[in-house]
Write a protein that binds this ligand. Sequence first.
Ligand code: NDP
Length: 339
Amino acid sequence: MFGLIGHLTSLEHAQSVADDLGYPEYANQGLDFWCAAPPQIVDDFHVTSITGQTIRGKYIESCFLPEMLSNRWVKSAIRKVLNAMALAQKSDINITALGGFSSIIFEEFNLKDNRQVRNIELDFGRFTTGNTHTAYVICTQVETLAEKMGIDLAQSTVVVCGATGDIGSAVCRWLNEKTDTKKLIYVARNQERLQSLQEELGRGKILPLEEALPLADIIVWVASMPKGVEIDVDKLKRPCIIIDGGYPKNLGTVLNAPDISVIKGGIVEHSLDIDWKIMKIVNMDIPSRQMFACFAEAILLELEGWQTNFSWGRNQITVPKMEQIGAASRKHGFQPLLF
Ligand code: NDP
């Protein structure tokens, strides 16, 4: 059995779907109440691969909300992730993906030093961040969409916002090694980490966001932002592809301008329907088939019998591992979202 640990995108979102999650009494409650709420298994379902193999999965709602980070309620955020992991382990789940901010909190606050959660000693081998598959899916989106829109990577500039992150650095490695992308531009805040990425790849330019965006033919947005940002569409090149891989979405506004395509990054569509309710709750366009690529990684690991922390630690993702998970993804019937 595989597991997915997830969270909702805001307090407003959480309140609006409390009923669907099965706890209507949370609907009128504020952030302090959600801080105290325990994790819950709210969905139990089956996934069938196109190979015919069927596996069972459970979704654990951690009750973490991004506002806990904006308000610096770090202890609550940490408690949410550790308690959800303990619940997954107690429920005999072999491999569980830490969705969205769960893995970011795990890394940012060094939770590997917090193995003991009450009477449960966490076995980190039973968890994966899912970031290798997410990075693979985003790279496939870059390559396929560029071709579809007539953007030649060999003549193009790709800006990666969140370049030094786990997913961002993997995307940069892939674009550097597997494509003939002309120019890479790295955006993030910490200059030291940006310089070490630049040294690792031996190329690429470091620029602040506002200088980078007007140069981009393609923007990959994978920054860990608890709230979206607004960008000035008039300053963007035409055509321009924006792949927004953030959860919650990094872009605060839906950009509706000719020749600018905004795509949901890091989302895959399965070839067969899944009997779950959770993807409707998180507003997927086709909830029976679409999901976050990190969740799909747990499915792939379970299907392949690779019940191990395939994606773990920050900035360890290699191109061969992206190729390996990509091959499994295609084999079992997953496709990156392309519209
Ligand atoms: P990391 O924490 O590893 O990296 C985040 C990156 O964003 C870093 O480079 C960080 O650098 C940068 N960043 C953070 N804030 C800002 C800012 N205000 N301006 C510019 N850069 C910023 O995160 P992950 O790589 O694990 O995740 C990235 C995003 O992808 C998140 O939104 C996450 O929720 C989402 N995600 C989506 C998945 C999917 O399946 N679709 C799966 C997993 C994650 P610095 O701090 O120096 O600025």
